[in-house]
Design a binder for this molecule. Structure first.
Ligand code: PRP
Ligand code: ZN
Length: 300
């Protein structure tokens, strides 16, 4: 698989809120990379999977144009690209594969603290500064609101102070940027998080096989985060109640205990957080010798 044509390319944000987490998830998938001198390219050492480190705004385009096979990017950026293409009469040539459950934030409408707001109707006739022209246009159209969109490529939060707009629509994560600019969040336009997208271009069986493998590993990484392996002893008569108490587990393994009469050992993978309360309830139901272990890898 040394033919460069047969290598997978994944687009990842070069520096920003998603970078560290994206690289960490790929490392958990067992991928190892050597970074180029200019730090824009990571060569996959142990699998034919390379990374392209780029501006997040460029990721949907790179995947759509088949320069990269996969991309990890915020839903806000993906949605903006999809709607912008749609407005131009074109269709995005990528598909959302799944959510990666990090980089949670929202695209919100905000205004100076003293501005009154009573729902989208308050935007009628106003000027809204944003970098998300397509998403805001779509939002206004859906609410039948007529407002002027003022494009800002960055530093949107200073628009009201400059007298360029009454409202802004920008990404909010901790809210500290808004607070620092005396702006108040008044409405949510889109909930966002990191997602993985795949090109619609046919990849050929070898490359698609590799893409499927990496997607399956990413899914496994997501699954194990909350998962725990529980081991306990219990009287056989309490099994039904104990199975009911085990959070998010499929049929547990039941093993007879040598010389212990009606006592059994129960082993189960729980896909939800195991709280102290859960353990206390299990104990009250007759369980003893409870042990909760972290799960490192999982393959469905
Ligand atoms: C966003 C947004 C704000 C900031 C909000 O920019 O434009 O400046 O983050 O985050 P906070 O609520 O935690 O203060 P981002 O860092 O995503 O940069 P980019 O839009 O240039 O990619
Ligand atoms: Zn950006």
């Amino acid at each position: 698989m040394d033919n460069p044509e047969q290598r997978i390319k994944i687009a990842v944000q070069k520096s920003g809120r998603l970078t560290d987490h994206s690289l960490d998830m790929l490392a958990r998938c067992g991928l190892k990379f050597t970074q180029s001198k200019d730090q824009l390219f990571c060569y996959g050492e142990n699998m034919p999977i390379d990374l392209l480190l780029v501006r997040d705004d460029d990721i949907p385009g790179l995947v759509s144009e088949d320069v990269c096979d996969l991309g990890i990017v915020g839903r806000n950026i993906v949605e903006e690209k999809r709607l912008a293409l749609l407005a131009a009469g074109k269709e995005a040539s990528f598909d959302r594969v799944f959510e990666l459950d990090f980089g949670h934030c929202r695209l919100a409408i905000a205004a100076p603290e003293e501005t009154a707001y009573a729902g989208p109707a308050s935007l009628q006739g106003a000027r809204i500064a944003t970098s998300y022209v397509a998403i805001v246009s779509d939002y206004l159209a859906r609410h039948s609101i007529d407002a002027e969109i003022v494009y800002f490529s960055g530093a949107v939060e200073i628009a009201p102070k400059l007298g360029k707009a009454e409202f802004i629509c920008d990404l909010v994560s901790t809210g500290s940027t808004l607070a620092a600019n005396h702006l108040r969040e008044v409405d949510t336009v889109l909930e966002s998080e990191a997602i993985i997208i795949q090109t619609r271009a046919p990849l050929g069986s070898a490359k698609q096989g590799l893409v499927d493998r990496i997607l399956q590993r990413l899914d496994g990484v997501l699954q194990v985060r909350e998962s725990k392996y529980i081991m306990l002893h219990a009287p056989r008569a309490a099994l039904e109640e104990i199975a009911r108490l085990l959070p998010g587990s499929e049929s547990p393994t039941v093993i007879p205990l040598e010389g212990k009469g009606d006592k059994v050992a129960v082993h189960a993978v729980c896909r939800e957080t195991v709280f102290w309360e859960t353990l206390e309830n299990l104990k009250a139901a007759g369980a003893s010798s409870l042990l909760v272990l972290p799960v490192e890898k999982m393959l469905a």
